[in-house]
Design a protein around this ligand. Structure first.
Ligand code: LLP
Length: 473
């Protein structure tokens, strides 16, 4: 049995066996095979690493589809019969044409946040009416493209943008379907939410200030502009949220605003989007709720609030990204150099910390550097019984902050050439990936029934040199 290491965080339990996969962190179809190798959807990671190389992003197609369905069903059932629900998969978490099709096949719409994401969703053949376009600084070209393609909704983020959408739609002789992104003064993260009058951030139109507010002005403009079809209101209150409270408070504020609009203009806006941000487990310390629990709490609050204001329940939409694709993805790395480094302990003693360097790092997972995010890992290529050592998994970049997993117990016998699997990397890892130090970005493969399919191929040195105009092939 491993002893608790003096530098281990209190939430990290020491491990005595590599067998104990923390199932909540992995795709549902991840297993430890008799061979000792981890498998995902029947594909052994040792084979995947041989076939595709490492680092490698592996995505379980079934797990993605199941999570997509579970959001659609949970929210659909919770709001029935009063309202229908559209689930927009937030493509910023991870988007490729295959994944956009999986989402569409599971009955989801696709939320895009730039012309590039929109291009992928359109190239995938997603019905344009089922695509939304977000962004706090959309270019005229992006807005024109959205109008030309006939997408289902443009979410306007500012008065400037609303005016430009109106003008561009009028120029194109069309009507733009618009939602207004409002900042309800509710900000949530993991277990906590804070509610304030003002939100000091770049997104949305503030509700603060009553009839003087940016939100109120935008509603008036949108209702008066002949080229704007104002569908409804939108809010997104944050990321990695575990509790329903923040969503409920934001929904109540938006519903009260819908009632004011009806009072003033006699119009009941038809749609209400409550955003994404549903949390997932990155380490054993995280315990997210089932989508059903969030959906039921939220539906009860929305229905009650609408009844109080004498409104019918608007068509509801949500925009989960991380909670659909995050747990479906695992990153595989090959172990290289290991070092035991002497470290002082808080009580004045000293100990060693094991640094395990892998063949990727902050270029394929920037979340540690950007958000101090915690991850977990297992030795995935073989089963080793016996002692475990507190380890820090680091990358190969020229930065001391290049940490993939801050604290994890790995078998003491972990060796060069072993494969490590870091779970919960399906969201915001590939999409935030870079070329730093000219590492080539990893491939993304989907696994299903023991077979693998490349969704995005590995970047090559030729790709990098192809952009360098000083290189003559
Ligand atoms: N809708 C809107 C308007 C958003 O801004 C976002 C995320 C989502 C939906 C999807 O949120 P999700 O369900 O995936 O949490 N890079 C950060 C997360 C940034 C999220 C930005 N907006 C991270 O890696 O944690």
């Amino acid at each position: 049995m491993a002893q608790d290491h003096p530098l281990a965080p209190s939430w990290l339990s020491s491990r005595s066996s590599t067998d104990d996969l923390e199932q909540k962190l992995f795709p549902d179809d991840a297993r430890r095979e008799a061979s000792g190798s981890l498998s995902i959807s029947g594909a052994e990671v040792t084979r995947l690493a041989e076939q595709h190389g490492t680092p490698l992003y592996v995505l379980s197609e079934e797990d993605f589809r199941r999570r997509a369905r579970s959001f659609r069903e949970a929210f659909g059932e919770a709001f029935a019969p009063e309202a229908e629900v559209d689930v927009f998969y937030a493509g910023k978490a991870f988007l490729s044409t295959h994944v956009a099709r999986w989402a569409a096949q599971e009955g989801l719409c696709v939320d895009t946040a730039s012309g590039g994401e929109l291009a992928i969703a359109l190239a995938a053949g997603v019905d344009p009416v089922r695509i939304g376009l977000h962004g706090n600084n959309k270019s005229d070209a992006e807005i024109r493209r959205a109008l030309d393609a006939g997408i289902g909704r443009i979410i306007a983020d500012s008065l400037d943008e609303l005016n430009r959408i109106a003008q561009l739609a009028q120029d194109a002789g069309t009507t733009a379907p618009v939602m207004l992104r409002l900042t309800p003064g509710v900000h949530a993260s993991t277990h906590e939410y804070i509610a304030t009058a003002h939100e000091d951030q770049k997104f949305g139109l503030s509700l603060s200030g009553g009839r003087e507010s940016a939100a109120w002005t935008a509603v008036q403009k949108a209702l008066d502009a002949p080229a704007i079809d104002l569908r409804g209101l939108h809010c997104h209150i944050g990321s990695q949220i575990f509790e329903p409270t923040g969503f409920e408070v934001a929904a109540q504020k938006l519903i009260a605003f819908l009632a004011e609009i009806r009072e003033d203009r006699g119009v009941e806006l038809a749609e209400l989007d409550l955003g994404g941000g549903h949390g997932i487990a990155y380490t054993e310390a995280d315990s997210p709720r089932d989508p059903r629990e969030i959906a039921e709490a939220l539906a009860a609050t929305v229905k009650q609030s609408c009844t109080e204001h004498g409104l019918s329940v608007p068509r509801i939409s949500i925009e989960p990204g991380r909670a659909i694709v995050g747990p479906a993805g695992v990153t595989l790395y090959t172990v290289g150099v290991q070092k035991d480094v002497g470290v002082d302990t808080p009580d004045g003693g000293s100990t060693t910390r094991r640094y395990v360097a892998v063949d990727g790092g902050m270029s394929d997972n920037a979340r540690g550097v950007l958000y101090d995010a915690d991850y977990s890992a297992v030795l995935a290529s073989r089963k080793v019984e016996g002692e475990h050592t507190l380890s820090r998994i680091v990358g190969k970049h020229c930065e001391s902050g290049d940490i993939v997993v801050r604290d994890v117990y790995l078998p003491t016998a972990t060796e060069r050439g072993d494969i490590l699997a870091v779970p919960a990397t399906g969201a915001y890892c590939h999409s935030l990936s870079s070329n730093y130090n000219y590492l080539t970005r990893p491939a993304v493969v989907a696994v299903k029934d023991g077979a693998s399919q490349v969704l995005i191929r590995r970047e090559t040195e030729e790709d990098m040199l192809g952009r360098d105009t000083g290189f003559a092939p």
